[in-house]
Design a protein around this ligand. Structure first.
Ligand code: SF4
Length: 337
C-alpha cells in the first residue's frame, strides 16, 4: 500500500464527484498480501467505475487469477475527468482500489477492451500510471531500474487488434479462463529474462498475439479510389493491405482463438463485489450460455463467440442460489455472449 496515495486521497476525494468510485473496500473484495504472491495483476476496465463494475468479463478474470494462491488481481477503472485532473495536479499515479498500489508496480496491467470508444481511455490510463504509452518505449525499463508491467488486453475488440498494436504488449484472442493460467505459469518460468525474450515465450501460447513479432504485408498495387480531404493524410501509404504475417520465424504463423468448451464447469465468480454506489447493472449477472443461435451476419458478438454452449438448468440454479446468498441482490440478469 502506498502511504503517499492514501494521504493524497484524503485531500483529493472531498473535491471530486462520486468519491466512492476511488476508495475500494466494497463487500466481497479480495485482499492479498503482495509479499505472499509471485504474480501481481492490475485488472482494468478503461471506462468509469459504474460501467466497469458491471462488466462480467473483468469479474471473471479477477476471479480466475485470485483463485490461485500465487497470484493477485486488483481493480482499476478510468477516473472521471475531475479526478484525473486532481490526481495529475497532486502527482498521484493510477492506483489499484484494493491496496492503493501504483499500477506501474504490478507485473501485468490488463485491459478489457469491449468497445473502440474506450481506446483513448487506455492511453490516458497508461499515461496516468506514469508508463510509456507505446510498447516499444517500455523495453528500456523503468528509470530507477526494474521492468514496466506487461500490458495485456482481452475482450471482443482484440479480434481486430491492429489499431491498438503499438500500445499493447500482448493480446488474448478469445476466452480467458484457461489461457490466464498458461500466461501466469509462463511468466513465472521466464521472469527475469529480457522483455523481448519473455514476450517471445509468451508468443508460443496458443491464442496470444504479440504484435511486435508480426508485420503487415501490403500489395505493390495502390488503391486508386483512396482520397482523403484531410491534407495531413495526403501522402498516406495507399498500398493495399493483404495480411498480418510473422516477422520472426519462432512465432506461430496464425494466432488461433481460444475457446472454453466446458462452460458448465468453467470457474464463475459467485461472490461478486457489491459497490457502495449505484452502477449500470445493479443486480446479479448470471451467464447462461456463450454464443448465440441466431448468427446475424452484422453481429460481431454473435460471430466471435461461436459456437453456442449452454449451462444446464441444474448448474444455473446452483449458481443463482450462491449469488443471491453472497450479494443480497433481488434481481438476476440472465446474460450471454
Ligand atoms: S446477439 Fe447478435 S447474432 Fe444473436 S440475435 Fe442478437 S444480433 Fe443476432
Amino acid at each position: 500500500m502506498s502511504a503517499f496515495i492514501e494521504e493524497k486521497l484524503e485531500e483529493i476525494l472531498p473535491t471530486v464527484s462520486k468519491p466512492a468510485r476511488y476508495v475500494g473496500g466494497e463487500l466481497n473484495c479480495v485482499y492479498k498480501d503482495h509479499a505472499d504472491v509471485d504474480v501481481k495483476w492490475a485488472v482494468a476496465f478503461p471506462d468509469a467505475y459504474e460501467i466497469g463494475m458491471s462488466n462480467l468479463a473483468l469479474s471473471i478474470v479477477s476471479h480466475v487469477i485470485n483463485s490461485r494462491d500465487d497470484a493477485v488481481a486488483e481493480r482499476v477503472y478510468a477516473p472521471w475527468p475531475d479526478m484525473e485532473q486532481a490526481m495529475r495536479a497532486h502527482g498521484v499515479p493510477l492506483y489499484t482500489l484494493e491496496s492503493k498500489t501504483p499500477v506501474a508496480d504490478f507485473d501485468f496491467f490488463a485491459f478489457s477492451l469491449s468497445y473502440e470508444l474506450s481506446y483513448t481511455n487506455v492511453l490516458a490510463m497508461l499515461d496516468l500510471a506514469g508508463m510509456p504509452v507505446r510498447a516499444a518505449d517500455r523495453d528500456a525499463g523503468r528509470p530507477g531500474g526494474g521492468a514496466w508491467p506487461l500490458v495485456i488486453a482481452g475482450g471482443h475488440c482484440t479480434f481486430n487488434p491492429e489499431p491498438m498494436a503499438p500500445f499493447i504488449d500482448l493480446f488474448v484472442i478469445g476466452e480467458g479462463e484457461e489461457i490466464l493460467h498458461e500466461i501466469i505459469d509462463t511468466w513465472k518460468a521466464a521472469r527475469g529474462l529480457p522483455r523481448e525474450e519473455l514476450l517471445l515465450r509468451m508468443a508460443q501460447i496458443r491464442g496470444l498475439y504479440v504484435p511486435r513479432f508480426y508485420e503487415s504485408r501490403v500489395s505493390d498495387r495502390t488503391d486508386p479510389s483512396y482520397s482523403c480531404p484531410d491534407p495531413r493524410f495526403a501522402e498516406a501509404d495507399r498500398r493495399l493491405f493483404q495480411a498480418v504475417v510473422p516477422a520472426r520465424q519462432e512465432v506461430p504463423p496464425r494466432v488461433v482463438r481460444r475457446l472454453v468448451w466446458d462452460v458448465e464447469n468453467v470457474p464463475y465468480p459467485t461472490k461478486p463485489i457489491i459497490p457502495f454506489i449505484e452502477v449500470v447493472h445493479d443486480r446479479i449477472s448470471l451467464e447462461v450460455m456463450r454464443g448465440c443461435t441466431r448468427g446475424c451476419r452484422f453481429c460481431q458478438a454473435g460471430m466471435i463467440t461461436r459456437p453456442v454452449r449452454e449451462k444446464s438448468p441444474r448448474r444455473l440454479m446452483e449458481l443463482a442460489r450462491q449469488l443471491v446468498r453472497s450479494t443480497g441482490h433481488e434481481d438476476i440478469s440472465l446474460v450471454s455472449l
